[in-house]
Each structure stands twice: as C-alpha cells, then as structure tokens.
Design a protein around this ligand. Structure first.
Ligand code: NAD
Length: 277
C-alpha cells in the first residue's frame, strides 16, 4: 500500500480560506475567536474576520497582518440571515473559496432558571449561541458542497452539560443545541466531504470572562481569590484553558490531520468535565 505523504505542518492550512465569525474581542487581549483567526493565518489560511463591531474585526486583522498573515475584515451580525448570506458571498467572490467556517459567537449573561429569565433574554441567548451557528452552516454549506468539501467548527461550553451554582439556562440550552446541531450536520453532510466538529470549552481566560468578573464588582484581591479557586478545580496543572489551547485544537480539526474526524464534541477544558464535583 503506498504510504501517505507527510502533511506539511508548517503550513497545514495553506491555500485555504477560513471564516471566523466573532473574530474580535470585547476587551484587550486574546479572545477565543481572535486566537483562532490568528492561528488559522499562522497555519497558512487567508482569514475572513467577521464581527458585528467593525473595529473589533479590524483589530484582529491588523494583528494578523503584523505577523505577516493574510486576513480581511467583514462586519456582520451572526444572528442576521441576510448578513450571513452576504458574508459567504463576499468571501467566495474575494478568495474564490470557503474551506473553513468557524462559528465562535456565543454569550450568556442571563443567570437563572426559566422563571428568572425574561422571554427576550431567552430569545437573545438562543439566537446568539445557536441560531448563529445554524446560519453559519446554512450559508457556508452550498459553497463547500460545490467545492467538494469543507470543515465547520462550532463552539460549545462545558455549561452545555454541567452547571455552576446558579444555572445559566439560556446559554446552556443554546450550547447543548450547538452540540446536537454538530452531530446532525456531520451525519447530513458527510457524503459531501464536509466535516462538522465542535469545541467544548471549559474556562478560558479571555476578555469575556474578565467582563463577567467586572460585573460582580469584586475588589482586585477578591477577584484574584476567585480566579485562584477556579484554576484549582482544573485537573491539568490547575490552569485555565488559554485561547491558544482552543485555537491549536481548532486548527488541528480544520486541517487534513483530522480528515476522518467528524461529529465530535471535543473538550478543551484541562479535564474540568472529569473533575469531581
Ligand atoms: N471564555 C470562556 O471561558 C468560554 C467558555 C466556554 C465557551 N466559550 C465560548 O467561546 C466563544 C467566544 O468566546 P470569546 O472569548 O472569543 O468571546 P468574546 O466575547 O471576547 O469575542 C467574541 C466576539 O464576537 C463578537 N460578537 C458577539 N456577538 C456577535 C454577533 N451576533 N455577530 C457577530 N459578532 C458577534 C463580539 O463583538 C466579540 O468581538 C463563545 O461561543 C463562548 O460561549 C467561552
């Protein structure tokens, strides 16, 4: 049997176009989306950085270009069907292809069980976390199918399967839906050569988490104590996940190294799901 050529890990995404939806960051530093966009570019892809705040997409693009990578910004709301259709159209007309669709948008600050959450907050969380992924897939798949294949990466959270002291029910249900969507799409699109996988992130230290801490108005000391307690729960070296742990996993799943992996919900959590309660 002829041996398969070794993949070129230096540029494992060379010649491909990746779209990262939610590629900016809500504060200084690296978000998951920004790190994934940078990692795809480091691995050779041209990256469309999509965000509903234009300046955030532009900032990620500037960072990628500073490193010598190739990226361009697009401004669109991931929950708006027409805007997402236009994103795909622009990406294909600009680069001639769409190989990787990374649905990173997600947020959940409505803490509580259903009777504590207003109906519009519920709708917003389902839209942000679940509808955004549906729309990314809905519009990317025809372009991928026409090209003979592609890769979708969705974003879930450990909160799809575990709860904090208080439930965050809209977020959890949205993310559980993203996991179900991933499996359904892997089955539906396998024959088209389209792989669909999902990252289930534990606790990544990003500006999103900073914002959550800020909202609790803790003193700097109390904040550090909270973070230390949270880190101590992670089995692997008592460290939180970093955005580049997420990004390296995403780049692996997006590459041909993962050519026979689809329908997988992959924990990137330092073992947090396996930790004792
Ligand atoms: N940080 C964590 O610990 C953690 C844990 C589990 C899961 N996650 C998931 O990771 C993903 C993102 O994390 P992050 O750190 O990159 O977040 P982030 O909030 O820092 O960055 C997300 C970017 O998405 C943009 N955005 C938000 N809503 C949008 C919309 N409707 N359309 C277009 N852009 C939009 C924001 O402007 C922002 O620039 C989310 O799906 C989140 O649920 C994070």
């Amino acid at each position: 049997m002829p041996s398969r050529p070794e993949p070129d890990h230096a540029m494992r995404l060379g010649g491909r176009t990746a779209v990262v939806v939610g590629a900016g960051t809500i504060g200084p530093g690296w978000s998951n989306g920004k790190a994934c966009a940078a990692q795809y570019a480091r691995d050779g892809a041209v990256v469309a950085c999509v965000d509903f705040v234009a300046a955030r997409a532009e900032e990620t693009v500037a960072r990628i270009r500073d490193e010598g990578g190739d990226a361009f910004p697009l401004c669109a709301d991931a929950t708006d069907a027409a805007a997402m259709a236009a994103v795909v159209e622009q990406v294909v007309s600009r680069t001639g292809r769409l190989d990787i669709m990374h649905n990173n948008v997600g947020v959940g600050f409505s803490i509580g069980a259903p009777d504590a959450i207003a109906p519009d907050a519920w709708d917003r969380e389902i839209a942000q976390n679940l509808t955004s992924a549906y729309l990314g897939i809905r519009y990317a798949v025809p372009a991928m199918r026409a090209a003979g294949g592609g890769v979708v990466i969705n974003t879930s959270s450990l909160l799809a399967v575990r709860f904090l002291k208080q439930p965050n029910v809209g977020y959890s249900v949205g993310k559980a839906g993203v996991e179900a969507l991933t499996r359904a799409c892997a089955a539906a699109y396998g024959r088209d050569g389209i792989r669909v996988n999902c990252l289930r992130i534990g606790f990544a230290e990003t500006p999103l988490i900073e914002k959550g801490l800020e909202a609790r108005q803790l003193s700097p000391e109390a904040r550090e104590i909270e973070l230390a307690k949270s880190r101590a729960k992670v089995p692997l070296r008592q460290e939180h996940t970093s955005p580049f742990d997420v990004a390296q996993t995403a780049a692996f799943l997006a590459s041909d190294d993962a050519r026979h992996i689809t329908g997988v919900i992959l924990n990137v959590d330092g073992g947090l799901e396996a930790a004792p309660l």
